[in-house]
Design a protein around this ligand. Structure first.
Ligand SMILES: CC(=O)SCCNC(=O)CCNC(=O)[C@H](O)C(C)(C)COP(=O)(O)OP(=O)(O)OC[C@H]1O[C@@H](n2cnc3c(N)ncnc32)[C@H](O)[C@@H]1OP(=O)(O)O
Ligand SMILES: CC(C)C(=O)C(=O)O
Ligand SMILES: [Mg+2]
Length: 564
């Protein structure tokens, strides 16, 4: 029988940490953030950044508020080396920012790394070597003792080289590469040996960074591993415990968050999750997840589009439109029921309320987005979304039954076009359907109060291409107009419902009138009028409704074809 391909994989063994505490932990403060955009992110690019791009990224990271930034792998190339030199020699590193650089545990590379840091006021030097069995056997050809010796001998080199550059305030960092694929006891053995060489203490802490170099377990297992290390490492009070998740299973964010719950103090990642293969942990995602729990992350993403533009420029990789918090579409609802709920929640929301909005986990304004894109209308949309757009963009506050009526018009267009309709498209349809640009106000209008408290209305109506004299009397202008209209056009109109509101304020304010009419006791439909004058708006709305009724009557007559 043919072997099933999946049988060549094996399940990741659970850690079996029985007394784990991390599932109940609640994150209440921000971790120490380390951006490795300029190192792990950069090493994963088709075209690594040149110095200009690196500088632009560095300045963006500083502007966001990162205090620790891994700026490169100085022994890898001249560009990497020169960039570190430029930062130092041109005094580009703010006083509250520490740069970090990475080196393999190899003598010449370490020497070159320290050379790149000459004159730096502060620096984190980051040492790594692989510890996982597959790397030990296949790549390095070393047994466990030899790996420990590799790590400790090169860690000792750090002590020596740092002692020769006394003007720099040094922090040492060690990463057991492929920690997530390594037996915990062995990881602890290597890390304990390194921290002993560095004599880590509360006064002179070092950073121990535990990577899921390749993510190959569920995030709860990674969290168990971090909690185990947090509880078992020697010199724990001399260690800043850091994690460095990757995202191969698409759970990098969860792994990072669980790891923080499990005792990690610090987290490494890249903006929007750039990095090797499927990327590093997405720092924006984790930071804004904290933000939406009411925890200030200490990183400023109040203009996320600017950050995204910088990252896209530097990495030459586009951020996906569905990317959490940053994508073009992530604050947009197309589907009708979502739009309906958002519209109602916006209407119910009062200044100062806790953010509790359906389908919007964060206020788009907090990341510099407007509400404009929150609702977009296509064939999946309903009246709520359409009405929201007309209200938010044009100040049109349609009564509910008008929404239902006009949505049929919108739906008809959408069914034919099949594409999205913008607010401007919808307004153009609304304008055409209700004759907003064509229905004219009553000319030479005269309104006279009568002794019996009624009013007399006179004027000239634009009706079917002619200017018709009209006159009527009633208990108000609308009543009088309806009387006059019947005489002038022969159509009997009854007002069923009436809504009006102002659009805008001051000299530019307009009145909007929405009248539901019964025409000739045959049709019920709306008319809409907009005018600077309230009475004109209402009268226009009646003419709008009457014109629609007669147009629909004509259409109905044309359509009534009786087959022979
Ligand atoms: C998970 C991570 O992200 S780790 C960071 C990875 N980042 C990078 O590799 C980017 C920068 N790297 C580079 O520019 C280069 O790879 C360099 C400069 C580091 C090394 O370049 P080279 O010397 O040409 O070697 P190469 O890249 O092929 O590395 C493989 C060699 O290093 C050895 N090696 C790998 N890791 C280690 C280590 N930690 N300590 C000692 N030797 C190591 C391998 O066994 C292999 O040795 P071999 O040539 O004797 O077979
Ligand atoms: C160098 C280490 C921290 C790394 O990038 C990894 O293991 O993913
Ligand atoms: Mg990495």
């Amino acid at each position: 029988m043919l072997q099933q391909p999946h049988t060549k994989y094996r399940a990741f063994a659970p850690i079996g940490l029985k007394d784990r505490t991390w599932p109940d932990a609640v994150l209440t403060r921000a971790p120490i953030w380390l951006s490795t955009d300029l190192r792990d992110g950069n090493q994963a690019l088709v075209e690594p950044m040149d110095i200009a791009r690196k500088m632009r990224m560095f300045e963006q990271l500083v502007a966001i508020g990162f205090k620790e930034i891994e700026v490169g792998f100085p022994s890898a190339s001249q560009v990497e080396f020169d960039f570190v030199r430029k930062l130092i020699e041109e005094d580009r590193i703010p006083d509250d920012v520490t740069i970090q650089v990475l080196t393999q545990a190899r003598e010449p590379l370490i020497a070159r790394t320290f050379e790149s840091l000459q004159g730096a006021p502060r620096a984190i030097v980051h040492l790594y070597n692989a510890v996982a069995p597959i790397m030990r056997t296949v790549v390095l050809g070393m047994d466990e003792d030899e790996i420990v010796a590799l790590a400790t001998s090169h860690a000792a080199m750090f002590n020596d080289l740092a002692a020769r550059q006394r003007h720099t305030c040094w922090t040492f960092q060690y990463s057991p590469e492929m920690f997530s694929g390594t037996d915990l006891a062995f990881s602890k053995r290597v890390v304990d040996a390194v921290t002993a060489v560095w004599n880590a203490s509360p006064e002179r802490k070092c950073i121990i960074n535990l990577p899921s170099t390749v993510e190959h377990s569920t995030p709860n297992i990674f969290a168990d591993m971090i909690e185990w290390m947090h509880r078992h490492l020697a010199r724990r009070d001399g260690i800043v415990l850091s994690v460095h998740p990757h995202n191969d299973r698409g759970t990098g964010t969860a792994a990072g968050e669980f790891a923080l719950m499990a005792g990690a103090d610090r987290i490494e990642g890249c903006l929007f999750g750039n990095g090797e293969r499927t990327g590093n942990l997405d720092l924006v995602n984790v930071a804004l997840n904290l933000y939406t729990q009411g925890v200030w992350p200490g990183l400023d993403f109040s203009n996320i589009d600017e950050v995204r533009a910088t990252v896209e420029h530097c990495n030459q990789i586009a951020v996906h439109p569905r990317h959490p918090y940053a994508g073009d579409l992530v604050y947009t609802s197309f589907s009708g029921s979502h739009q309906d709920a958002i519209k109602k929640a916006f209407a119910a929301r009062r200044e100062g309320d806790v953010w509790d909005m359906p389908y919007l986990p964060i206020d788009p304004k907090d990341v510099g987005r407007s509400y404009e894109a929150v609702i977009r209308v296509n064939s999946q949309s309903g009246k709520g979304g359409m009405a929201y757009l007309l209200e938010s963009e044009y100040g049109i506050e349609m009564p509910r039954r008008l929404q239902i009526e006009f949505m049929q018009v919108v739906q008809g267009v959408m069914d034919v076009a099949g594409t999205e309709l913008s607010a401007a498209n919808i307004y153009a349809l609304f304008e055409r359907e209700y004759g907003l640009a064509t229905v004219q106000a009553l000319s030479n209008r005269v309104l006279e109060a009568q002794a019996d408290a009624s009013v007399l209305l006179r004027g000239q109506l634009h009706w079917e291409g002619a200017l018709v004299d009209m006159q009527g009397q009633g208990n108000g202008p609308i009543d009088a107009f309806i009387q006059a209209l019947q005489e002038a056009t022969g159509h009997r109109v009854r007002v069923i419902d009436y809504h009006q509101h102002a659009i805008g304020a001051g000299a530019d304010a307009k009145a909007a009138a929405y009248l539901e009419l019964r025409v000739d006791e045959a049709q019920t439909l709306f008319g809409v009028g907009l005018d600077a004058d309230v009475i004109s708006a209402a009268l226009k709305a009646i003419v709008s409704g009457l014109e629609r009724a007669t147009a629909q009557g004509r259409q109905g007559a044309q359509c009534t074809v009786v087959p022979a």
